[in-house]
Design a protein around this ligand. Structure first.
Ligand code: HEC
Ligand SMILES: [Cu+2]
Length: 422
């Protein structure tokens, strides 16, 4: 009796679980799926997967059918205790069942190896070359054709083949944007290549990218975004990124920066409306806050105890002076700021145009940026960037920052400065 009711409970649980799985399968979009490729490389990989699945299914069904047939057909029946004839080995059978899998493997191996070598080759002239440099734990992207260096986001024109040249400055990383293609290892002592062409029919979109090779403490926060945009939008983005990051003389007025949702609401009003100097308006950047692209919005949590003085207003001009006399310049470069030529951290020339902070960890808003500068090591474990806020606890050094630390007003000024670098 008892066993029966347990069985019934199990059956009920099982059917609910199956139903939930079925429902989950219909629900929503899967922004990181590889089953919806949007590039030639993505489709090539999808084709390999389909073939593998098809051949595997055929083999599975045939083998299981043969097994079940034998089990039922030749099972022991009551009153029939005759021992069947015993045999040892059958050369013909063994040759056949070695040849068949070899044949099946051939159909899988040949296209797989061909696709791997094909996309590992340096692509033909005319392709857009992008150098990808892996760092613990962020991505440096360079466009040699345009003299642009940026970090953690890639703009690609639809319909143009792009050749990624992959290297690392430290450990092994792996470059992967599931709906476009990848993954391929990013190594220090060799250059790997991978190329793909985003479909020319794509509407402007954003894709999540990941480091797909465990690389240390903040591996999970080593992400990037790929923006596939129309060729004219790409040209405008390039033009904007080629300009130096110079702060204009226009007055800085407080702008809106959504305060982070979290236990410790910090707020700093940025200088979103300060203009660039006379060297032109910022170029195209992918629109943020479009609900359709929610999947690309970071949702990193603010660590407990990290807060920021409410209602401070930053001044970009003052921020530039603070920044230029602080440790920042030893690690970060800003074209147009001759003091700032460091190469250890991400290039900040157009940081204000980027959508995330810390390789996809947090949305790029003044409030998050203030917390990042104040204590990046609390925000993202293990980062090389030191904790810089005065009296903040540095989880690496296990001490509080005393001398040389920045107060909240100084940080608000730096925030204002970086935010106008569109
Ligand atoms: C010792 C080198 C070092 C110093 C000093 C330093 N940074 Fe950084 N910074 C880094 C590194 C490395 C990262 C990348 C961290 C990550 O995402 O893993 C970074 C990330 C950033 C980012 C986010 C960039 C992005 O695209 O995600 C900003 C903004 C930033 N730093 C601003 C500053 C400012 C402002 C200062 C000075 C007040 C400063 N940094 C001082 C090394 C440094
Ligand atoms: Cu990595």
């Amino acid at each position: 009796m008892k066993g029966n009711s347990r069985l019934r409970r199990l059956a009920r649980f099982g059917s609910v679980a199956v139903l939930a799985l079925l429902l989950a399968a219909c629900a929503g979009q899967y922004p990181n799926t590889t089953f919806e490729p949007h590039s030639d490389l993505g489709r090539a990989i999808d084709f390999l997967w389909d073939r593998l699945l098809l051949l595997g299914t055929i083999v599975f069904v045939l083998v299981e059918a043969a097994l079940l047939f034998v089990v039922f057909r030749y099972r022991r029946r009551p009153g029939n205790d005759v021992k069947p004839p015993q045999t040892h080995g059958n050369a013909l059978l063994e040759v056949i069942w070695t040849l068949i899998p070899a044949f099946v493997l051939l159909f899988i191996a040949v296209p797989t190896v061909r696709t791997t070598f094909n996309t590992q080759a340096k692509v033909a002239a005319g392709a857009l070359e992008i150098e990808v440099i892996g760092h613990q734990w962020w991505w440096e992207f360079r466009y040699p054709e345009f003299g642009i260096t940026t970090a953690n986001e890639i703009y690609l024109p639809t319909g143009r083949t792009v050749n990624f040249k992959l290297t690392s400055v430290d450990v092994i990383h792996s470059f992967w944007a599931p709906q476009l293609g990848g993954k391929r290892d990013v190594m220090a002592n060799r250059t790997n290549y991978i190329w793909l062409t985003p479909d020319s029919t794509l509407q402007p979109s954003v894709w999540n990218g990941f480091c797909a090779e465990y690389c240390g403490a903040s591996h999970a926060r080593m992400r990037f975004r790929v923006f596939t945009v129309k060729p004219d939008q790409f040209a405008s983005w390039v033009a904007g990124q080629q300009r130096p990051g110079i702060v204009g003389s226009a007055p800085v007025s407080p702008g809106a920066g959504a305060p982070p949702a979290g236990a410790s609401p910090a707020s700093v009003t940025g200088a979103a409306t300060a203009t660039m100097a006379s060297n032109g308006a910022p170029g195209y950047t992918f629109p943020q806050n479009v609900p359709e692209f929610d999947y690309a919005r970071p949702n990193g949590a603010i660590p407990d105890g990290l807060t920021f003085t409410k209602g401070l207003t930053g001044n970009a001009g003052r921020g530039q002076r603070v920044y230029s006399s602080a440790a920042c310049i030893g690690c970060h470069a800003i074209a147009g700021n001759p003091m700032s030529v460091g190469v250890v951290g991400p290039n900040l020339t157009h940081f204000g145009s980027r959508s995330t902070i810390g390789a996809g960890s947090f949305p790029n808003t003044p409030a998050y940026l203030a917390l990042w500068i104040k204590n990046s090591r609390a925000m993202k474990p293990g980062v090389l960037m030191p904790t810089l806020g005065k009296n903040e606890y540095d989880p690496h050094l296990k001490t509080r920052v005393t001398t040389g630390g920045l107060d909240d007003q100084q940080i608000a000024d730096i925030v204002a400065y970086l935010m106008v670098l569109k």
